[in-house]
Design a protein around this ligand. Sequence first.
Ligand code: EPU
Length: 423
Amino acid sequence: MKDNTFTIVGLSGKKLLKGSIPVFGAKNNVLKVMAAAALIEGESTFTNVPDIADVVAMGKLLEDLGGYVKRDEHTLRVNAKDITGTVLNSALAKSMRASIVLLGPLLARFGSVTFPHPGGDVIGERPIDLFISGFQKLGAEFSESGDSYTLKAPQGLSGGEIFFRIVSVTATETFMMAGTKANAPLTLKNCAMEPEVVALAEYLISCGAKIEGVGSSTLVIYPSVLTPPAAPFAIVPDRIEAATFLALGAIAGESITVTGVVPAHMDALLDALRSTGASVTVDGDTVTISAPEVIQPIKLRTHEYPGFPTDAQAPMMVVLTQAEGESTVVETIFNGRLNYTTELVGMGAKISVVNPHRATIKGKTPLKARDIDGPDIRAGLSFILAAAIADGTSHIGNAHLVDRGYEAIEKRLASVGLQITRS
Ligand code: EPU
């Protein structure tokens, strides 16, 4: 693949990065509102849309179903009036986990949806049992043929109550969307409360949906007539992008400012960074960080929002390789999300993975440059961070995986002084 490798000249531990980095709209919000737009016979406009590969893929999925998708810089228009298809394009759906949320709008609007097992990051098991059992509870029939699944509910989805055995971002979002067109009110319990889930609810409300309990773990969704929103909907800033840049600042920043963020969405992250000794200043929609002289070790446990986000675990791991002493990371959400640490060990980090959910990190260890491939979006970024502080020049392959979630990453990192190019 062309232009698929980043070359990074490491700073050998020097804290020289300086300047500000804009944070764009969140991948995990834009993909969901694009899917939600499939509920509506008319046009929605989204602003602050990041230019990332997953948005292109979701756009193609909607177009393949008969929808209209048009992007102009950071603005995106979606019109699902002419959607008639109910079979998801298998290759596109398999390219990203977010395709699963289309089950909600398509089943609720057309009474049928056919889909493959969704793909996405290789971060452990990504089952879909909550979706199947949830829709069955709402009266849908499930069948399997070859490698595709079909859900059918020709009389529409009943309302009622679903208790999620496991807190799930995409399951909460999918059933929130489905509930807007069910035959009766739907109560969802033990919901995910991530800012991106709240933002999806706000978009649906701007289209006429009635949803109670937004931001809490119990949602009640009332059947409503949805119409195109009167005003453009702004995608919520990407707190995970911000976390990545701030982690870089904690290890290599003379002073790095991230702009265009919602600091209130990052309490757990800012607390963790401050606990390492980093100086963190919040001012309106900006956060500034400077690397401390000595990074303190910490105990970190990923958790559903408002806990520490699993998506920021890998960047934070790189920070902890530079802490003086022993840190612990407990990954509670995914069972394959510590696999990437092997590569950091290859760069000189002392990380022991005790079991698939727990790692101990002994620092501080200087890191040496390496040529490695990123296995997914977040781990790929953490390799870029590790390469940034390493001694020597690293090549990080699989840039296309980073492009799934980060717009023009090399340009933004170069703007604060990192020597990073793509070839
Ligand atoms: N789970 C089940 N059964 C299901 C669904 C989920 O057991 O039917 C389990 C998962 O295996 C996991 C837990 O529930 O152990 C929580 O996973 P969740 O469903 O919340 O994850 P997701 O919705 O598939 C979203 C983000 C992820 C992010 C997680 C957790 C999208 C498209 N993806 O995934 O983002 O890590 O929530 O916050 O919204 C990323 O952006 O790099 C990314 C992986």
